[in-house]
Ligand binder design. Structure first.
Ligand code: ATP
Length: 362
């Protein structure tokens, strides 16, 4: 039996125009979102995140494919008949109503028994820790407080799923961080599914149970924050989530030493831990700056280079390093123990442990 809040998006495409020259806003998207997940749609501007969210909410008609909620096909259901609710970027609070009246509004619309409304409003105010401000108007609240009211109002009718479109983007960085913690707490306390849209990779990594990374109307990869960061399956995903280096080159299989990668134009072969999926031929080696180790003395399988720039970032130092083939890579060394920075112009050897090596199609 499917949970009533399971969302299935099946081969959904969305075109806003009949002009086939214009690529679709959603291009054959399929994904299943489970009950109680904090699920994030992440991608750059214009990749289709909002369109997907609005299609689930029922504000957009999809061109093809199906959307199911709790197993029921909802393509033809209007928004108010789907058990989902939306929190918009600009909060959309009613300016002439108090905080409590704003929260009650959706309950009245829903036709909840009048006697039950004050109790539910109180419960929602407590959930977002706004009891003391129940009588204020939206204009008398800070951005973070308005965000809490919007959240309480959307949760009051007890939807199965809450859709949130960049709800924190109007807040300054410090408040944004506080509200991230709040959102996660509220989602867990309310025990419902959140589908959250953001273009901020750090926010997505911090909050989500799973992330779908989107580009040009497609979902490229779905996974836990750890899977998306540690095992990106596309160059785009690797690049969008954090810093990463790419070296084109050639992979060969060696019976004694496993998979060996030779970066183009460099006289080294780097052992890679590839397990089952051993391919050969032209590939790209990718590695995160913090997974490389600056070492001495150098071994034959170490990359060698010259430090060109030093960036101190508090907990770590970043080095831009030029390799003999003129490729540049970023390396990161922790400043734990107060180690002193390496100088510009110094020679370094770089060890890439096999588990740090990701291989992608060239
Ligand atoms: P952002 O982060 O900037 O909000 P997004 O990832 O949410 O972007 P969408 O708003 O879903 O992207 O837009 C996807 C594509 O569809 C874009 O190319 C956009 O220009 C186009 N688009 C969105 N809404 C409409 C519309 N009402 N009419 C025509 N084209 C649209």
């Amino acid at each position: 039996m499917k949970h009533t809040s399971t969302i299935e998006v099946q081969h959904v495409s969305k075109r806003y125009t009949d002009d086939l020259e214009v690529s679709p806003a959603l291009d054959d998207v399929s994904v299943t979102i489970q009950h109680n997940e904090f699920f994030t749609l992440l991608g750059p501007s214009g990749c289709g995140k909002t369109t997907l969210l609005r299609s689930i909410a029922g504000f957009e008609q999809v061109t093809s494919g199906d959307i199911r909620i709790g197993g029921q096909r909802v393509n033809d259901l209007p928004p108010f008949k789907r058990r989902v609710n939306t929190v918009f970027q600009n909060y959309a609070l009613f300016p002439h109503m108090s905080v409590a009246e704003n929260i009650a509004f959706g309950l009245e619309m829903q036709g909840l028994d009048r006697g039950a409304i004050p109790g539910r409003v109180k419960e929602m105010l407590a959930l977002v820790q706004m009891e003391h401000l129940a009588k204020r108007r939206p204009a008398e609240l800070s951005g973070g407080q308005q965000q809490r009211v919007a959240l309480a109002r959307a949760l009051a009718p007890k939807p199965d799923v809450l859709l949130l479109d960049e709800p924190l983007s109007a807040l300054d960085l410090k408040l944004r961080k506080e509200m991230q913690v709040e959102l996660k707490r509220v989602q867990q306390e309310a025990g419902i599914t959140f589908i959250f849209v953001t273009h901020d990779q750090e926010e997505a990594l911090t909050l989500s149970d799973r992330i779908a990374v989107m580009s040009s109307g497609k979902i490229l990869q779905v996974g836990s924050p750890n899977e998306i960061y540690e095992r990106p399956q596309h160059r785009f995903v690797a690049h969008f989530i954090g810093d990463i280096n790419f070296l084109p080159g050639n992979l060969r299989q060696c019976p004694q030493n496993g998979s060996l990668f030779q970066p183009e134009g460099l006289p080294v072969e780097i052992p890679c831990n590839l397990g089952e999926r051993a391919n050969s031929g032209k590939m790209q080696l990718a590695f995160r700056p913090e997974r490389s180790k600056l070492v001495e003395p150098s071994q034959p399988h170490h990359l060698r280079g010259v430090i060109e720039a030093v960036l101190y970032v508090g907990t770590a130092t970043l080095y831009q390093c030029r390799l003999p083939n003129d490729a540049k890579v970023m390396l990161r060394e922790s400043n734990e123990g107060g180690s002193s920075a390496r100088a510009v112009g110094s020679q370094v050897a770089v060890h890439l442990p096999p588990h740090a090596c990701l291989l992608m199609e060239a």
